[in-house]
Design a protein around this ligand. Structure first.
Ligand SMILES: [Ca+2]
Ligand SMILES: [Ca+2]
Length: 211
């Protein structure tokens, strides 16, 4: 749905000049904001490589270099496209630039900084796939600590030869050595997280972050 948000009063008003006689019609700025926003993100290393980009998504919206504004969830389609109605979730987001933090089902959190969004005059899809950007795979343990480590490897080994979808990183319907090799490739990789993330500064660290 499309929400209409108004800066100031709606429409126009009559302004009286210094002599109190002549009038001027002043039109006020009316801005549109998209409640339902469409995004695109690619989870990495899928087989087949093209058109196999579905995953569960958590998509958080932050002020640029600032605090958290909104969070939403969705399941992306085979093209990596997902839709979130932030208004239905109770958030009001105006056209502008935001920092997005996006996490796939088996993936580290990734920051997409200073990204324009929520503007009906802007691109129809907020595209997180430009410049070969992808969500890094291997974060599969029950504990989301935003780092790929032995917890994730041991989870995957335990579920080897199963069809567990979280550990089937390439989504070829089975957990096997190809998925394990993806996790080993990303071993010790850290995700991104906001300096304001409440999980960041727990001791011992529950959630790792890129500097
Ligand atoms: Ca982990
Ligand atoms: Ca697999």
């Amino acid at each position: 749905m499309i929400g209409i948000f108004v800066f100031g009063s709606f429409g126009s008003f009559v302004k009286t000049n210094a002599l109190g006689s002549a009038t001027t019609i002043v039109n006020l700025l009316v801005k549109n904001s998209l409640c339902t926003s469409v995004f695109k993100a690619y989870p990495e290393k899928r087989i087949p490589r093209i058109g196999n980009w579905s995953t569960d998504i958590i998509s958080d919206v932050y002020v640029v270099n600032g605090s958290k504004l909104a969070t939403g969830t969705a399941t992306s389609d085979s093209q990596g496209i997902y839709t979130i109605d932030y208004c239905a979730l109770g958030y009001t987001l105006f056209p502008g630039n935001y920092d997005f933090y996006v996490k796939g089902f088996s993936h580290l959190e990734k920051k997409f900084a200073n990204t324009p969004a929520f503007d009906v005059d802007g691109p129809s899809i907020t595209d997180f796939t430009t410049d070969s950007r992808q969500l890094f795979a291997g974060e599969t343990s029950m504990v989301f600590d935003n780092k790929i480590n032995s917890l994730d490897l041991s989870t995957q080994i335990r579920l080897l030869y199963s069809a567990d979808i979280k550990n089937d990183l390439n989504r070829d319907t089975k957990v096997n050595s190809l998925d394990l090799s993806n996790t080993v490739w990303n071993l010790y990789m850290l995700g991104d997280c906001s300096p304001f993330d409440p999980l960041k500064n727990l001791t011992p660290a529950k959630k790792a972050c890129n500097p």
